[in-house]
Each structure stands twice: as C-alpha cells, then as structure tokens.
Design a protein around this ligand. Structure first.
Ligand code: AMP
Ligand code: MG
Length: 321
C-alpha cells in the first residue's frame, strides 16, 4: 500500500491504478471512499471482497460532470435538476433510472443507480483523470467506523488497498443524504450531510420511504432483488423431474448436470469468485430475458465473496420456497 499526497501527478498515478481494475482510497467531503472504476464489474467486486460486506449493497457512483451523469442515468424530472443545481457538488446522493452501461453489480441488480458529485477537489480530479464514474462506499471494513482521515483508512485496510490518497480530514464527516424523486413525490432514503429542510426549500415536501422499502438499519434500505422466474438451489432430483421444461442453469464451474438444461451460464470458468460476483446479477437478468421456466443455481462455498454471492442468491431462492 502507498499513501500518497494529492499532487496532480499522484492523482494521475491513482487514476492509472483504477484503470487497471485496482482499488484506490480517496477523500471526499463526507468520508473517505474505497474506489473502483464504476464501469468495470470485476474491479467493483473487489470493493465487496475488501470490505468483507456480507452481501451486495448497491454502491454510489461518483461523477465530476453533468456530461458523465448523462452517460449513466436518465434525468426525467425538472425538480431533480433544481436540486442538483443547488446541492452539487455536495453530500447529496440521488437515485435515478440507470442506463445500460452501468454494471449490475454496482446496483445489486436494481434498475436504478445512486449518483453523487462530491465536493472535494481531489475526488473530482481523480474521476476526471479516470474518465469514468468511481464506485465507492466508505473505506472501512464492514461494521467498523467510517474513516475521515487517511490514517483511519490505513489502520483498517492497509494490506488490501493499493493506494490511499491523503487529503487530510473530511469536513462533513457524515455520509451523504440519499433521495429519490418521482413526479408526484420526494422520498428521503437516508438522512445525511444535507438536511431535509434544505432540500424542502428547493423541491417541496419529502417523506421517509416506508412500508416494504422501510430502512432496516440506519441508512440501509431493505432491497431484495429476485428474478420473476422461480429460482432454486441445485437439487438433482428436482432437476431431473423438470427436465422437459426450459431450465436455466447458473453454474459456478462446469457440471455433469448440464445436459438437463436449455440454457447454461457459468459464473466463472476458472472458479474465480471476483468474476462470479461480477456476473451473478447480469446472468439472472439474462435468464429473465430468455424466458426460461425455472432457474437452478449451484451453491458456492461460503468464503470471501462467496458469502455475498450466497446471501443474494439465498434471498432470491427464499422468494420461491
Ligand atoms: P454507502 O454504503 O454509504 O456508500 O451508501 C450506499 C447506500 O445507498 C446503500 O446502502 C443503499 O442504501 C443506497 N443505495 C444505493 N443504490 C441504491 C438504489 N439504486 N436504490 C436505493 N438505494 C440505493
Ligand atoms: Mg459505509
């Protein structure tokens, strides 16, 4: 791990590291972020691996210009533009319909993406040098304190991150406010660096997103991505019983059961968990588009990223139990 001062040359070096698919921790005005090239699914999988997040939570994409925003998301409501004009760059994250280019692992399979333009010169220059949005959650291990200095990051992640850009301490120090705006309503998904009162002075009343999307812990939405098609873990008897239907098989590696399936997708030929994580949501989407009758998925060992993959797959499978 290298801890670098944020000179423009070091920011260029950091952007190169990101282009190679590696991780860089960098300062924003809220907390330090653990960044990966947001359009490279394998690089994004390393964020989950490094943080040891037990599941795939959707990530925020950090951008430096409206042009970059237009590359990744649809801006449909005039109200949204008013909010962005007023609060960007700044600690406001907005949920928008995503464009095709955004990898499924970033949004955990959702059709929407969270976007923010941070108010920090180092972050903005890093994004500009990369030329792509940077996916970044806080640069801490899951369940540990969010880092507001480069030293906090080094203490937790020095073994695992390639570069830490040292930009001193973060001046906001709490995470961003997350909102979702529809034609008729404004929703607050997570309170943060910008107060609801400030938001309401620009866009009218906000309500907390409740009922089935109720936050289950501070700032965390309970989002279950599950395909529409019945999905089960591998069960040889059940597969053979249903062999005359159109079966989709989501395999980790190659398997002798392949002959029973009309469509097969292999998460990783080499059995690589990063690659498997990067593919899991997009393959489930593909099965939906192919209209298979049932999907069977192979179980993966619960270690490293295998935990996150199995957590998401179990949630999908539970829907059909
Ligand atoms: P953080 O972990 O601080 O980077 O914040 C990321 C949080 O943003 C996630 O835990 C979600 O609660 C929220 N989030 C990200 N993407 C979405 C989305 N597409 N829809 C709803 N919430 C999202
Ligand atoms: Mg966090």
């Amino acid at each position: 791990m290298k801890q670098l001062s944020p000179t423009s040359n070091n920011i260029k070096i950091s952007a190169k590291e990101l282009k190679l698919g590696n991780l860089v921790a960098f300062p924003t005005e809220t907390v330090y972020g653990l960044g990966a090239d947001g359009l490279n699914p394998i690089a994004v999988s390393k964020i989950f691996e490094t943080k040891k997040r037990p599941t795939f939570n959707p990530l925020i994409l950090h951008i430096n210009s409206m042009q970059m925003l237009n590359k990744i998301a649809w801006l449909k409501e005039k109200k949204i533009e008013k909010l962005l004009d007023k609060f960007w760059p700044g600690p406001l994250t907005i949920i928008l319909p995503k464009k095709e280019i955004v990898p499924d692992i970033v949004t955990a399979g959702l059709e929407t993406v969270a976007v923010r333009m941070p108010n920090n010169k180092i972050a903005l220059q890093l994004i500009k040098e990369l030329g792509n949005p940077i996916a970044a959650p806080s640069a801490n291990s899951f369940g540990k304190l969010s880092p507001t200095t480069a030293e906090h990051v080094a203490k937790q992640l020095s073994e695992k991150v390639d570069i830490i850009l040292d930009g001193g301490s973060c001046n906001v120090g709490v995470e961003s406010t997350i909102v979702k705006i529809t034609k008729d309503k404004n929703y607050l998904l997570r309170p943060g660096g910008i107060s609801v009162e400030e938001l309401e002075s620009v866009a009218g009343k906000f309500e907390n997103l409740n009922n089935e999307n109720k936050p289950d812990s501070p700032g965390q939405l309970k989002i279950h991505y599950a395909p529409e098609i019945p999905i089960y873990f591998f069960d040889e008897e059940k597969i053979i019983e249903n062999r005359y239907k159109n079966l989709g098989g989501l395999f980790f590696r190659k398997s002798k059961l392949e002959k029973y399936f009309s469509s097969i997708k292999i998460l990783s030929q080499k059995g690589n968990l990063n690659e498997a994580a990067a593919n899991v949501f997009s393959f489930l989407h593909e099965f939906e588009n192919e209209n298979v009758d049932m999907i069977f998925v192979e179980t993966i060992e619960y270690s490293g990223l295998g935990n996150a993959i199995m957590d998401r797959l179990s949630k999908a499978v539970n829907k059909f139990r």
